[in-house]
Design a protein around this ligand. Structure first.
Ligand code: SF4
Length: 359
C-alpha cells in the first residue's frame, strides 16, 4: 500500500527557497590557503584532535583529514572511525547532525565543529515537537528515521537508517508485518517505498541540494554524453532517479565510479564529492547533473550551503580555541543510540555492505 500524503496530518516540510542560505565558498589566495593549512597541521600535531570530514566539504579539508591521520567518509562511518580512534577530541567537518551522531556514539569524547550553525534542510524540516505529535497519532507504526535528523528525532525513533541500508531494513520490517512511519526525506522515502512495497507514511521533507536536480535537463545532458553512466543519490526527485544507472549513497557512488566500466559519469549529488571521486578514479570524467535550465529554481546549485560553512579559517579558530563543542543531552543521546544500535546490529547480521553510506 502506498500511504504517501494520507490526509491532513502531513504538510509540506520542505524549506521555502527564500529561507535557504546562499552557498558562500571561502575565497583565499594560494598563500593564505597554504598558510592556514600549515597552521592546521601544526595545531593537530601539537594537540590530540583527529579530523574527520564529509565527502561534501571543501577539498582542502578532505586533504587535511587524509594527510593528518584523520578520515573522509559518510556520516555514520565518520562516527565509527571516531569511535575507534584513540583521540579524545574529534573535529567533525560536516553538518550538525553528523557532530551529534559522533557524540551519541562517543559520549566520552569531545566533539568540535568548525561552525555550529552548519545545519541540514532535512533536519530543519523535521522539528521534534511536530514529528513526535505525528508519531503519537500512529502508535501502531514503527518509526524509521534517516541519519539526517536531530538527536531528539532519533531518540523518538525505533530505527535510524542510512541511504545505503534503508531498503534492506524496510524489507525486513515489512516481512515482519510492520507498518512504517518514514522521515524526513520524501524522495528517499518514495524510492524505498517503491523498492519494498512496504506500507509507509512518509514525512514531507527534502534536501535543498538534491531536490534541485532536474529530470528534463538531465535527459538533454544524457543526449550530449550518450556513453556516460548516471550516478544518482536517492535524495533526488523520482524524475532524476528513474534515469540512473546506479542509485546509491555517497560511498556507493564513489565505489560505482571506480568499478563501472565507463569513462564518463553524470553525477547527481553535492559536487563536493568530485574531489574524492577524482582521487579514487583519476582517469575518469565526472560531469555535474544539471540544476539549471528551463525549469531551474537553483539556489544551492549542487553545493550544500551548510557544508560550505566548514572553512579553513573556522577550522583554525576551533583548533586554537577549543570552541564550538557539540552537546547532546545524555538521556536523549542514550535513547537515540538505541535506534542507531539497531541498525548496527542489523548490518552485522547482513554483512558490512548494507551499512555503507549515508548522506
Ligand atoms: S546536502 Fe542536503 S542532506 Fe546533505 S547536509 Fe546539505 S541539506 Fe542536508
Amino acid at each position: 500500500m502506498n500511504a504517501i500524503n494520507p490526509g491532513l496530518e502531513l504538510r509540506d516540510y520542505r524549506m521555502p527557497p527564500d529561507e535557504v542560505p546562499e552557498t558562500i565558498v571561502e575565497t583565499l589566495s594560494i598563500e593564505e590557503r597554504d598558510e592556514l593549512k600549515a597552521r592546521v597541521k601544526k595545531l593537530l600535531k601539537k594537540q590530540d584532535p583527529v579530523l574527520v570530514a564529509h565527502y561534501y566539504t571543501d577539498a582542502d579539508l578532505q586533504l587535511l583529514a587524509d594527510e593528518t591521520g584523520g578520515y573522509v567518509s559518510d556520516s555514520l562511518d565518520m562516527a565509527r572511525f571516531g569511535h575507534e580512534s584513540p583521540a579524545s577530541t574529534l573535529v567533525v567537518c560536516g553538518v550538525r547532525f553528523m557532530g551529534e551522531t559522533a557524540k551519541i556514539l562517543n559520549p566520552e569524547k569531545r566533539i568540535l565543529m568548525p561552525d555550529l550553525a552548519a545545519d541540514c534542510s532535512l533536519d530543519i524540516g523535521c522539528p521534534i515537537d511536530g514529528f513526535s505529535k505525528f508519531c503519537d497519532q500512529h502508535p501502531d507504526r514503527t518509526v524509521v528515521v534517516y541519519a539526517n535528523t536531530s538527536a531528539a528525532v532519533k531518540a523518538r525513533a525505533d530505527w535510524m537508517v542510512t541511504s545505503g541500508s534503508a531498503v534492506d531494513v524496510i524489507n525486513s520490517l515489512r516481512d515482519q508485518g510492520k507498518k512504517i512511519i518514514w522521515a524526513p526525506d520524501k524522495y528517499l522515502g518514495q524510492y524505498v517505498q517503491e523498492k519494498t512495497g512496504a506500507d509507509m507514511l512518509i514525512w514531507q521533507g527534502a534536501c535543498v541540494v538534491h531536490e534541485e536536480f532536474k529530470g528534463v535537463e538531465l535527459e538533454l545532458l544524457r543526449r550530449e554524453h550518450p556513453q556516460a553512466k548516471v550516478l544518482v543519490h536517492p535524495e533526488s526527485p523520482a524524475s532524476v532517479i528513474k534515469q540512473a544507472d546506479v542509485v546509491s549513497s555517497t560511498t556507493g557512488i564513489i565505489k560505482a565510479a571506480m568499478e563501472l566500466d565507463a569513462r564518463e559519469f553524470i553525477v547527481a549529488t553535492d559536487k563536493g564529492i568530485f574531489h574524492k571521486m577524482q582521487e579514487m578514479a583519476p582517469d575518469k570524467v565526472f560531469i555535474e547533473a544539471p540544476t539549471a535550465g528551463i525549469s531551474a529554481t537553483c539556489k544551492s546549485c549542487a553545493h550544500c550551503p551548510w557544508m560550505a560553512m566548514n572553512t579553513l579559517r573556522k577550522l583554525v579558530h576551533v583548533l586554537e580555541t577549543g570552541s564550538n563543542e557539540i552537546q547532546v543531552n545524555p538521556e536523549t543521546g542514550r535513547r537515540a543510540k538505541i535506534a542507531i544500535q539497531r541498525l548496527l546490529d542489523f548490518t552485522r547480521s547482513k554483512g558490512p555492505s548494507v551499512l555503507a553510506g549515508d548522506a
